[in-house]
Each structure stands twice: as structure tokens, then as C-alpha cells.
Design a protein around this ligand. Sequence first.
Ligand SMILES: Cc1cc2nc3c(=O)[nH]c(=O)nc-3n(C[C@H](O)[C@H](O)[C@H](O)COP(=O)(O)OP(=O)(O)OC[C@H]3O[C@@H](n4cnc5c(N)ncnc54)[C@H](O)[C@@H]3O)c2cc1C
Length: 478
Amino acid sequence: MKRCVVAGGGLAGLAAALRLSHSPDISVTLCETTPALGGRARSFVDRQSGLEIDNGQHVLMGCYRATLQYLAEAGESAPALRRLRGLALPFLHSDGRRCSLQAGGLPHPFSLVQAFLRYGMLPFLGRLRILRVALRLRGLGNTELNRLDDISAADWLRSCGQGSEEIEYFWRPVILATMNTEAQLASAKLLAAVLREIFLGAPDAADMLLPETGLSPLLIEPTRRTLESRGVRILTGSAVTGITVHGDHSTTALSGSDTNALSGSDTNALSGTGGHVTGVQCGESVFEADAVVLAVPPWAVTRLLPGFDTGMYTPSEILSIHVWTSRDLGRAPMTGLLGTTLQWVFFKGETASGVYHYSCTISAACGDETADEAALRAMLLRELRLLDGELRDEDLIRILPVREKRATFVPRPGLEAQRPSSRTAVAGLFLAGDWTDTGLPATIEGAIRSGFAAADAVNASGEPMQGSDALPFVSPAS
Ligand SMILES: Cc1cc2nc3c(=O)[nH]c(=O)nc-3n(C[C@H](O)[C@H](O)[C@H](O)COP(=O)(O)OP(=O)(O)OC[C@H]3O[C@@H](n4cnc5c(N)ncnc54)[C@H](O)[C@@H]3O)c2cc1C
């Protein structure tokens, strides 16, 4: 029986554990630091309203194939997801203009062309210019795609003939929603990869899938139940504090406090010349393991793998603001706002007592938005009046901001080439997480793909990578 420890109970770790748990020859233990599973995609019960509240609104898409597979493997063949076919997104501008991005009745992909041509936030010539990007994407070979990692999405869009209006009113919302950053900070390669998945994929790839329940009942609890039914040991409130690696002559404990153990000949244990994982430390306990899947965020990896530099992963924040109103501001499931601080407003539902719940999103938030409660309230009142001009201050019954400071990483130009694969130079040690080389920005889909990839690598079983492909945790100089 092979013993595998998965460190991290976010979607990457859960996907890895789920796939590994299929195998009767592998015993799986999952360790999660916090008391709850789910990591950056979870929900909690709000004491005041009794409602299940997400740590931030998540949108899935039709192109999230691994995610749908994950849900099916967890026994959710009909998950509680509302599908918005053909985009179906209303947009409101602070100057009062309204339009919608809605695919037409022509066959795919012409239905999407219809959507762009109807996008009334741009003059007709601007809409035509958007199509130039689609044409450029179709013609992109792999070499050209790789070269795009050197430049920003903003520079690439300009090279595709996009003017400032197209960038501000079409591309910026797309980039903020999918990459949680501004166009000048995003890798053009990653943007091109995202656009290809969404717009050049299957006919349903651009559909939005909105969770109809909290994130935990949708994405986490069914997996937990399946894992438990298959005998997986799930330890919450259990941080992995070190990884033990057996080198040629000794066993080395890798942990933040133990960096000195990595000096001299011990570094060889990490450079693919014979080191293999023997277990993990979890506080006072040591779990022996033949394989370890490290599914923690990049900022937690450095503590566990000294010498593995994750400094290039800069966190980017998302601010979600839950708002309860006594007025019905509209029931469009998802509305885009332009020329505003808020970027999206989601209708979450109406309670029996006639209270309406909305969730508002600010991606790439700068931290100032909630500094002053009165200013936050005034901003909400001003911007939600775009949905309903009659909204008054007393209609805002309750406001609950939820700030995720490390929601995602900034997918900068140049980062793609540095994202590690699931296999490492240490036999039996595998990486997973939205930050590994998924080819996607930090997303649910990327996290789940990475978890599946790590599990497949464990199953294919663990010879260390050799030569230039090996991931050096410790640079030769250290
Ligand atoms: C507000 C918000 C909105 C988002 N919106 C979207 C969206 O609309 N669509 C989309 O696709 N994606 C969205 N994302 C991104 C998505 O949630 C993440 O990409 C995904 O959840 C990351 O999963 P992960 O497993 O890679 O990492 P994480 O979820 O961070 O999981 C890592 C886990 O490891 C645990 N851990 C850390 N250190 C240790 C240790 N030493 N030992 C044990 N456990 C440890 C952590 O506690 C955590 O639970 C959003 C994220 C946020 C925060």
C-alpha cells in the first residue's frame, strides 16, 4: 500500500485526494491548516442572516471541463449551477448608457460574433475592432503564443489594433474578471490562452455557470463526503510544518525553521540525485509517506521548501461586498458596471421577509475601498442607483464587506515560463495549486487541473525528473 499525504485542503488538494482515492493501493491523508476545507473557494454561515455566504463571488464557465469532471467524480452529476447561455450579460455605464453582451441565434462561433457586434458600449467601428483580436487568436501558433509571455496584455491588444475605448470598456472587464489584474500587468500569453479557452472552444465554453448555493455545499462538501466514504483521513486544523526527505546518507527535515539543515551535501537531497520523500511533519506528529502532494499557495510553499523562491507571485486582492436592501434592484443574475468602482453586481436572492441580497465585486482592489464605512456606503448608494434610480440610503439594510487580500496572484509577463509542473526533483514530492503550470490564471479550473495532474503523476509513480527539467529547490549556490 502506497501512503500519500496531501498538504492543503483547497480545490487543488481536494482534486488530488479525490483522484488518488480511486486507487485501492493508495492510502490518502489530507492535512489542512485551517478548521475548514475549501481554501480560497469556500462559504460560511453568516450568523446575522443565517445565509451561507461565499468568501467571494465565484463564476465558473462552460470551458471548466476539469471542474465539471471533479463535481461528477464527487457524485454531483447535476450540480447546483445556473447556466447563462451565450454570455447574457447586461452592462450599465456610470453615464447612464445600458447594453447587453448576448450571443445571437447563429451557429457557434458566429453567435459570439453577433454578441460583439451588438455590444453598444462601443461605436460600431470599435465592435469591429474587437473581432480583429479573435482573428489574431485563431492564427496564433505555439511559438508566437510563447513569445507573448514577454509582453503585457495591454501592449498586445494595442498591437491588435485596439484603441483606448475598446480596452477600457471591453477588454478591461474581461481581464479583471478572469485574471484579477489590470491589462498592463497581465501576461499577453495568459490572456490569449484564456480567450482561446472561452471563445474558440466548444459552443458552450463561453457560458457562465453561477453557483446557486454557497461554495462549500457546491464544491467542497460533496468531495469531503466522497473522500470519507473511501477511507481518506481528513485532518483539519493540522498544518504541515515540514517535509522529510531521505538523501543519499541522511534524512533531512525541510521546514522554515530548519533551513540550516540544507547546507553542504544535504542540498543534494533536493537536486534530483537520489533524494526521496519519507513523510511530513504536522506539528508534533510525523506521518510517513511514499508520496506528498504539496497543494498550498505559493506564499506558503517557501516556508516548507527552503530555497524555493515564490517571490515572483505577487498577491492580488478581491473585495466582495454583500448588500441587503429593502428594494428590488433587479434580478439579473450578473450585471457589469462600467466607469464605476464596483465591477459586477450579482443578485443572490430574496428572503421570505422581502429583503434582497446582492453581492458586489471589486477585482484587483487597492485596499482603500473599505477604509471609511461612510464612504463605502455612499459609493454603494451612488453606484447601485444605476440599477434602480429610486434607491435611498434607508433602503440599504446591511453591508458586509469580505476582503480576500491574497485572492489570486498577479499573472505578470514572464511568469508563465517560471511556473513549476507537478513533478519535482525530489522523488515522491509533487506540487499542485492554481499557481503551478496550469496554463491558466488563478482559477478554480486551474486549481482542479493541477490537483488531477499531481495525482496522475503520483499514480504514474515517482521517478525524479532528471537534467534540465528537474526543479531545483535549492540553487547550487545556496
Ligand atoms: C474572492 C475570490 C474570488 C474568486 N473568483 C473566482 C472566480 O470567479 N472563478 C474562478 O475560477 N476562480 C476564482 N477565484 C480563484 C480561486 O478561488 C482559486 O484559484 C482557487 O480556489 C485556488 O485553489 P488552490 O487549492 O490552488 O489554493 P487554496 O484555495 O489557497 O488552497 C490551499 C490550501 O492550503 C492550506 N495550507 C496552507 N499552508 C498549509 C500547510 N502548511 N499545511 C496544510 N495546509 C496548508 C490553506 O489553508 C488552503 O486551504 C477567486 C478567489 C477569491 C479569493
